[in-house]
Design a protein around this ligand. Structure first.
Ligand code: DAH
Length: 431
């Protein structure tokens, strides 16, 4: 549908999405055809090198105490590093002064005013979920790439850090909820650039209809739900962005049929902002709603917030620098972020012969375990295979702090540690 183009402007924004990863270097997508599973449990005894210690070591979710030892375990079936454990419980989306909290509240306002407070809201559900909840309950096939150790953080073979808020759909249905919004932090092993971070935030929406609702329309249940879903989300996009040009793209998710993505035209680019669809009947049948129909959506909060607030780098959401935090206040949607002076990046290249089990996500975990948020991007810049069949990769690592200038010495030190750890943990041969 063509609507007037918004005056809101976006900044640097790559086309890659948090909801669906489509470029070839990124493996995690619910939309990819099911490629064979790359289960490389080899990686992350990384966590054993304790470069950085988590701030808290015992967390509490709804009365349940979780200690570091429960989450970061010295076991090949565990791939959660300390850097990830340290993010558990921070719940940026529950801070009213934080861009993610401000955005969450603005979405709540939209639902409260359009649906007379009918939607139940959850923003404190524990991010540690079972494989059943994260994958089986939403019909993710056994061989789907998102189940791999390369893409998902496993605590043990049956327990993961949720990789999407869809992990809560089935349980909430079983508990009798029919209209709900679930906001939470989600975790994915991934490559590194200004729009990808291994922890980000999603909001899930879910609405069930009973036959009395669609029958008078003369439409079939699925078409009715799909039409209602699109109307709801178009309204939400206008509520957040003002008049904006948007389009629907057909796609695939295991849990919905039909499935769609909503794209918004922004700074001369189509930007994907959410995935959604009409819930698979099987999910409703298994969870106490056999005669009904439902729609669901999952939206990436960082992606929307980067556009709404002009935030150029996803690491900034985690910054406690006052020059960032002081720019946002409760209820103020779309105040434009004014970058405090941009510090220069420093690039370091690293070439090596890869091993059979090498993956880019594992390399990124190594780099993060050493450099934390000082790493801005890890990019493959050269890739060749010699006559003997050995493959060489060259990665360019960009180091940059959001908050200060880095010294040469500091960066060289980081780079040496990255090289050493890559050699030891990833079994690559440096060139
Ligand atoms: N869980 C999907 C993702 O993270 C997003 C999504 C798509 C959620 C469709 C839904 C849905 O509830 O119906 O990529």
């Amino acid at each position: 549908m063509a609507m007037a183009l918004s005056s809101v402007q976006a900044t640097l924004f790559s086309g890659a999405s948090m909801l669906r990863r489509s470029d070839t270097l990124r493996t995690f997508t619910f939309c990819l055809p099911f490629s064979s599973m790359t289960s490389s449990v080899t990686t992350d005894n990384l966590s054993r090198k304790k470069w950085r210690r988590p701030v808290v070591s015992v967390l509490e979710f709804g009365g349940v105490k979780i200690s570091r030892e429960d989450v970061v375990r010295d076991d090949p079936t565990n791939n959660v590093p300390d850097t990830i454990f340290s993010k558990l419980g921070l719940q940026l989306h529950r801070r009213d002064q934080h861009p993610l909290g401000i955005l969450k509240n603005a979405i709540y306002d939209y639902f409260d005013s359009n649906y007379a407070n009918k939607f139940n809201k959850f923003d404190d559900l524990c991010p540690i979920v079972s494989v059943k909840e994260n994958f089986d309950d939403v019909l993710v096939p056994e061989d789907h790439v998102s189940r791999s150790y390369n893409d998902t953080y496993y605590i043990d073979p049956q327990t993961v850090l949720r990789c999407h808020t869809s992990a809560h759909q089935a349980e909430l249905l079983r508990r009798g909820y029919t209209h709900f919004l679930v906001t939470g932090d989600v975790y994915r092993r991934d490559s590194i650039d200004s729009t990808h971070y291994p922890v980000f935030h999603q909001m899930e929406g879910f609405r069930v209809f009973v036959p009395d609702e669609w029958e008078p329309s003369g439409m079939d249940a699925t078409s009715y739900a799909a039409a209602d879903l699109k109307k709801c989300l178009e309204g939400l996009a206008r509520h957040l962005f003002g008049a904006v040009e948007m389009r629907w793209v057909d796609t695939y998710f295991p849990f919905t049929n039909p499935s769609f993505e909503l794209e918004i035209y922004f700074n001369e680019k189509w930007l994907e902002v959410l995935g959604c669809g009409v819930t698979e009947q099987e999910i409703l049948k298994r969870n106490g709603q056999p005669n009904n129909v439902a729609w669901a959506f999952g939206l990436g909060l960082e992606r929307l917030a980067m556009v709404l607030f002009d935030i150029p780098d996803i690491r900034l959401f985690w910054s406690s620098d006052e020059r960032f935090t002081s720019q946002f206040s409760k209820g103020q949607l779309g105040v434009k972020f004014k970058p405090f002076s941009k510090y220069p990046p420093c690039y370091k290249d690293m070439s090596f012969w890869i091993s059979e089990s090498f993956t880019e996500n594992n390399l990124c975990e190594v780099v993060r375990s050493v450099a934390g948020d000082l790493v801005e991007e890890v990019k493959l810049i050269d890739n060749f295979t010699n006559k003997k069949g050995m493959t060489s990769h060259c990665y360019r690592i960009a180091y940059r702090s959001m908050e200060r200038s880095l010294t040469d010495e500091e960066i060289n030190d980081l780079q040496w540690k990255v090289r050493e750890l890559a050699e030891n943990k990833l079994k690559v041969t440096l060139r």
